[in-house]
Design a binder for this molecule. Structure first.
Ligand code: BGC
Length: 243
C-alpha cells in the first residue's frame, strides 16, 4: 500500500510516498523549511503544499515533534505553543479532506526501525533517539513500542534538560566541535544507561549520517548503531503507523 509519510520537525518538513510493504520511497523526497510561527494554520498549509507536490489525495501519516495521544497534541517544545490541546488528526484531516493520522515523530522513526531493521530481532531494551532540533526518543522492548517517552526532557546533573544540552541544534548554535559535542552526548547517554539499562541505542535524525564523527569518542558500554533509514526513518514510520 502507498501512503504519504510526512515528518514535521522544528526546522524542516519532509514528505515522500512510502510503499509500506518495503519501507521504500516511491519517487523523491520533498522538503520545506518549517514555517514560522509553526502554528496549526501554517503547519496545515505546509502539509497541503507537500501533498500538492505529489498530487496526493489519499491517506497521510505525520510524525509531529510533541507528545501525541490519539491525535491530541499535549506538549510543544519545538513548535508553536498554540498547538497544545489541538486534535491534529481532526484539524489536518479537515484541511486535507482525507484521513490524516498524527504520531510523535521519534515514535514514528522508531517504528520504521522496529519494522525493517535488525532492531526487530533484538532481544532486550532498545532506546531509539532522534538527534536534531530537539532530542526525541522511542522505547522498544521485544518488538513493542512504548510511545511518548520524551527522554530528551530528562534533567541532566547540571539541571539542564538533555535536548538543551546535547541536541544537534545546540552543537550548531554553540559552534561546538564534534569532540566537545560528543563529550556532552556521551554524558547524556551515560545518564540514560544508568537509569534504563538499555541493551541497544539506535541514533536517528540528521546526526545519524555523521555517526563516524563521534562514535569513537563515546565511552558508553551499550551497543550503539545508526538508524537503518537515517533521517528518513520518520517519514517511513509515519506512513507505516497510519496504515
Ligand atoms: C519533543 C519530542 C520530540 C523531539 C524531537 C522534543 O522537543 O518534546 O516530542 O520527539 O523534540 O523532535
Amino acid at each position: 500500500m502507498e501512503i504519504l509519510g510526512i515528518d514535521i520537525g522544528g526546522s524542516g518538513i519532509k514528505g515522500a510516498i512510502v510503499e509500506t510493504k518495503t519501507g521504500q520511497f516511491i519517487g523523491d523526497r520533498y522538503r520545506l523549511d518549517t514555517p514560522q510561527p509553526a502554528n496549526p494554520e501554517n503547519i496545515a498549509l505546509a502539509i497541503k503544499n507537500i501533498a500538492k507536490q505529489f498530487k496526493w489525495k489519499n491517506k497521510i501519516g505525520c510524525g509531529f515533534p510533541a507528545v501525541v495521544q490519539n491525535g491530541l497534541i499535549k506538549t510543544a517544545a519545538n513548535i508553536d505553543k498554540s498547538f497544545i490541546g489541538i486534535d491534529a488528526n481532526k484539524l489536518f484531516s479537515k484541511t486535507m479532506k482525507c484521513d490524516v493520522s498524527v504520531f510523535n515523530d521519534a515514535d514514528a522513526a522508531g517504528f520504521a526501525e522496529l519494522t525493517f531493521s535488525e532492531a526487530k530481532k533484538h532481544k532486550g531494551l532498545t532506546i531509539f533517539l532522534t538527534i536534531g532540533t530537539g532530542i526525541g526518543s522511542a522505547l522498544i522492548k521485544d518488538g513493542i513500542l512504548i510511545p511518548n517517552t520524551e527522554f530528551g526532557h530528562l534533567f541532566m546533573q547540571n539541571g539542564i534538560i538533555g535536548e538543551k544540552f546535547a541536541s544537534d541544534a545546540v552543537r550548531k548554535n554553540q559552534d561546538l566541535s564534534w569532540e566537545d559535542w560528543a563529550k556532552r552526548f556521551n554524558e547524556y547517554l551515560l545518564h540514560l544507561e544508568k537509569i534504563f539499562n538499555p541493551t541497544l541505542f539506535i541514533i536517528g535524525g540528521g546526526t545519524s549520517k555523521k555517526i563516524d564523527k563521534f562514535q569513537s569518542l563515546l565511552s558508553i558500554k551499550t551497543e550503539i548503531k545508526p538508524a537503518k533509514f537515517m533521517n528518513n526513518a520518520g517519514i517511513i514510520g509515519a506512513a507505516l503507523l497510519a496504515k
